[in-house]
Design a protein around this ligand. Structure first.
Ligand code: ADP
Ligand code: MG
Length: 247
């Protein structure tokens, strides 16, 4: 199962991704949590203190597997061992950092892109494996092919017009990119009025659920002691509505 978490910057993608990783791990899945946000903080949210080198910076590996920049290179390299070799196993969750591709215009086929896309394609899982991809705020990732082969996209949004507009833009791009199942999660909801606003803008079918605003999360933030369990109860409730066997 491959789940991608997307949405405007600051809406709670990373917090929800970390809780989702923990939830699925507790359900017995082998979880791969992938940070695809160049301003990465999924590691910290999962309680990882070590520095994990982004895959895109593994220059020698990229050269060996894909080929040199400016020369012929493989669009379909064998990257089977990369995930095992360069991920960090923390608390039963395998963590990977993608890193940012420098100003790649859409459709750019540089070796780094070929490498990242091949890794995403190589993550073909058995029933008991789950990959969670925490996306950057930018939606250029979607044209980069990283969302290809995703089973579900969860688009997080806040109760605001701007956040909603971004969510719909992402939805359209994801549909064009071939993502079949798209659901929305409303986060940081403070009042009945905000809830009503969201319910008016999404169908019941579209909206997986509503996560209330948590003062604790804001005041205390995510510390290095946290383990991604901050919203686990809320995320569990949402996921119960998403039929995992159907994915
Ligand atoms: N339900 C919530 N209530 C209050 N604050 C939240 C909630 N969810 C996330 N946050 C806070 O919002 C900020 C941004 O969250 P983050 O997960 O980093 O967003 P993103 O990955 O979308 O940029 C963090 O400080 C986080 O603690
Ligand atoms: Mg984030």
């Amino acid at each position: 199962m491959k789940i991608v978490v997307s949405g405007k910057g600051g809406v709670g993608k990373t917090t929800i991704s970390a809780s989702l990783a923990r939830y699925l791990k507790d359900k017995g899945f082998q979880v791969y949590a992938i940070d695809a946000d160049p301003d990465a903080n999924l590691a910290r949210t999962l309680g990882i203190k070590d520095d994990v080198k982004p895959l895109v910076e593994l220059e020698e590996v990229i050269e060996e597997k894909v080929g040199k920049k400016g020369s012929f290179y493989s669009l379909n390299p064998n990257v089977d061992s990369v995930v095992e070799d360069y991920s960090l196993l923390h608390d039963g969750i395998r963590f990977l950092r993608m890193g940012g591709v420098k100003k790649a215009s859409s459709g750019c086929y540089c070796p780094e892109n070929s490498f990242l896309n091949s890794i995403m394609r190589s993550l073909v899982f058995s029933r008991d494996e789950a990959v969670i991809l925490d996306m950057g705020a930018g939606i250029e990732h979607l044209t980069r092919g990283t969302s290809a082969g995703m089973d579900v996209m969860l688009i997080v949004c806040e109760p605001s017009k701007v956040s909603l507009d971004t969510a719909r833009t992402i939805e359209n791009l994801a549909k064009e990119g071939g993502v079949n199942k798209i659901k929305f999660i409303a986060n940081k909801v403070r009042s009945a009025k905000e809830e009503e606003f969201l319910r008016n803008n999404f169908t019941e079918e579209e909206l997986l659920g509503i996560i209330p605003y948590s003062e604790e999360l804001v005041l205390e933030g995510i510390s290095s002691e946290d383990d991604g369990s901050l919203l686990t109860a809320e995320v569990a409730e949402l996921m119960a509505k998403l039929d995992l066997d159907d994915i």
